[in-house]
Ligand binder design. Structure first.
Ligand code: HEC
Length: 396
């Protein structure tokens, strides 16, 4: 195993665990908030916001949500902040290991835009910082007086950035870059806005002052943003497995559809406890996301080359030997891939035929293979492979 792959697996594993803890916590607290049983409206329950009993791991949990009397602060207070920070940190480590190192090979796609490793890393890191600064500025200025305008601008920023990334980076990296941007904004919200306002709450409780409701409201606002961003973010994190999405020529449109659908599902899960109808609207939003993804990925670019006549196996096999087996072989010759990626090998005619549908998809439809077109496959060869598959992928 090469050092790169080792770091990749270690950070990815840690990232997944931290992410489950972070998002899991946040979903649990959301659930708690919405399931609290309202307290009686007497003086004894003045500070209570509700209570809930739960059963788990062999005993009962009695949880009450409340504000504290001045001076009542317990010695031990759990914050739930490191789950978020570790998710973000391991995510950034992954970004560096997978997309920045190795000449930024996964980040740059010369057919999208040719650039040097330094330029690519600068653009990626720079836009991440800029996105947070812009978003935060929007909400600390316009957002205070006109939240509706700030919301509209935030959508424009999100969709504009996602679209912009598809013009700069490889499709796969553009998706991840959008995900890292969302994750960075969420982490900024937690550390720069939500935690400070919770500290202020604690300070006020300690010194017996009135708690400033606008601070709490502001924290809540950022919390809601994070809540809506989770589902779109999680799709992006698994999108690497789906080349039909990131490899599509309208990949940004696929992403828009999924982001709208995902945030929509979250919305109706949120309103669930306000007693509103939620299941069918949530399913409808999921359907919109999935239908959007299917609809867009079915669109095809006009073929660049039209192949006359039939394509036989000999010709298809020639192309694959020339363009694919440097990586997809039991003994790959490409130094970056000491083992065949994805376990896919094209060493025998039977293996080629067995993989025909995937070959067409990756080499001719979304053109995400050969990897970064390192073997310089031509449009004519892509069209020929597609024609061979369309003709029944026969061995003659
Ligand atoms: C430079 C190395 C390289 C070359 C050349 C290459 N691939 Fe790949 N291939 C990869 C890597 C890396 C992966 C795993 C990542 C991914 O799926 O995007 C992969 C995965 C795949 C997969 C499995 C995933 C799936 O979608 O089912 C298929 C099929 C595939 N390649 C087909 C091809 C074909 C067809 C060619 C030639 C036209 C080709 N590859 C050329 C590196 C290469």
């Amino acid at each position: 195993m090469q050092a790169n792959e080792l770091l990749d697996v270690v950070f990815r594993w840690a990232h997944l665990i931290a992410g489950i803890m972070w998002i899991g916590n946040s979903m649990l607290f959301n659930w708690l908030d919405r399931n609290l049983i309202a307290p009686p409206s007497d003086e004894a329950h003045r500070l209570s916001q509700g209570k809930i009993y739960m059963v788990h791991s062999g005993a009962f949990y009695e949880v009450e949500k409340k504000l504290l009397e001045p001076g009542q602060l317990p010695d031990q207070l759990h914050w739930f902040k490191w789950q978020n920070f570790l998710t973000w940190l391991t995510g950034i480590c992954l970004l560096v290991v997978v997309y920045y190192m190795n000449g930024a090979a996964f980040l740059i796609d010369p057919s999208v835009r040719a650039m040097s490793q330094g330029e690519a890393i600068g653009l990626s890191a720079g836009t991440l910082v800029a996105a947070w600064v812009l978003y935060d500025l929007m909400w600390t200025t316009i957002g205070r007086k006109a939240p509706a305008v700030a919301t509209a601008l935030s959508f424009a920023l999100l969709f504009g950035a996602a679209y912009g990334f598809t013009l700069l980076f490889s499709g796969r990296a553009a998706y991840i870059q959008t995900g890292v941007m969302i994750g960075t904004i969420m982490t900024g919200n937690v550390w720069m806005r939500i935690l400070p306002s919770q500290k202020e709450l604690i300070r006020a409780t300690k010194s017996g002052q009135e708690q400033d409701p606008t601070l709490s409201l502001r924290a809540k606002q950022r919390s809601i943003h994070n809540n809506y961003l989770t589902f779109p973010l999680l799709f992006i994190m698994i999108s690497n497995h789906f080349p039909s999405t990131y490899g599509h020529f309208l990949n940004w449109l696929v992403l828009f559809a999924v982001m709208v659908g995902g945030a929509g599902v979250r919305h109706f899960m949120n309103v669930r406890y306000a007693g509103k109808a939620w299941l069918f609207p949530a399913l409808a939003m999921a359907a919109i996301g999935v239908a959007g993804m299917m609809g867009v990925t079915r669109m095809r670019e006009a073929p660049a080359v039209v192949i006359e006549g039939d394509v036989d196996f000999a010709r298809a096999s020639d192309i694959i030997q020339k363009r694919c087996v440097s990586c997809h072989s039991a003994q790959p010759s490409d130094p970056q891939f000491p083992v065949a990626p994805g376990n896919v090998v094209f060493d025998t005619p039977e293996r080629i035929v067995a993989m025909a549908a995937r070959i067409k998809d990756r080499a001719a439809v979304n053109k995400t293979m050969p990897f970064l077109n390192r073997t310089e496959m031509t449009e004519e060869e892509r069209a020929a492979l597609a024609k061979w598959v369309d003709g029944g992928a026969r061995l003659k």
